[in-house]
Design a protein around this ligand. Structure first.
Ligand code: FES
Ligand code: FES
Length: 167
């Protein structure tokens, strides 16, 4: 057992846990942040994507020891002051979800992409979201949502973040 300290959605957190446990498990089971989804458990589908120091990271294959002292943002931390993040709003406006299971990971991956490329080319969008799978095959609308988010005025894709706290 070890005590691991980190910041989640702007809030200091610490857990006493086995250091090799996946971050995904700790987020969901210890911290109750169930917006982060378990898909493949092997780093292959992107459902469990979170931001780790602003970088999109698959939490299912990230041992919790690796996040000591670092800053995590989950889907619960994107909205601020009761307002959805620009990327969340764009997904909503485009109806870019069916079952919604892939959506938190898609949104966080998009936030990371737009931080890197505020006005991405189609190739950059495809490349950026390549690791995120949608079983409902809603890719058309997802791509439209990414375009809308990039185009939206003041698309503050920065996750200044994680303000807004957990949930
Ligand atoms: S559940 Fe983590 S990548 Fe699939
Ligand atoms: S909306 Fe169902 S998996 Fe993407």
């Amino acid at each position: 057992m070890a005590t691991i300290r980190f910041t989640v959605n702007g809030k200091a957190s610490s857990v006493d846990t086995e250091p090799e446990r996946p971050l995904l498990e700790v987020l969901r089971e210890d911290l109750g942040l169930t917006g982060t989804k378990y898909g493949c458990g092997e780093g292959q589908c992107g459902a469990c994507t979170v931001l780790l120091d602003n970088k999109a990271t698959v939490s299912c294959v990230t041992p919790v020891r690796a996040v000591e002292g670092r800053r995590i943002v989950t889907i619960e931390g994107l909205a601020e002051g009761g307002r959805l993040h620009a990327v969340q709003q764009a997904f909503l406006d485009e109806g870019a979800m069916q079952c919604g299971y892939c959506t938190p990971g898609m949104i966080l991956q998009t936030v990371a992409l737009l931080q890197l490329h505020p006005k991405p080319t189609d190739a950059q969008v495809v490349d950026g979201l390549n690791g995120n799978l949608c079983r409902c095959a809603g890719y058309h609308r997802i791509l439209a949502a990414v375009g809308r988010a990039a185009a939206s005025t003041g698309a503050s894709t920065g996750t200044s973040t994680g303000k807004g706290g957990g949930q």
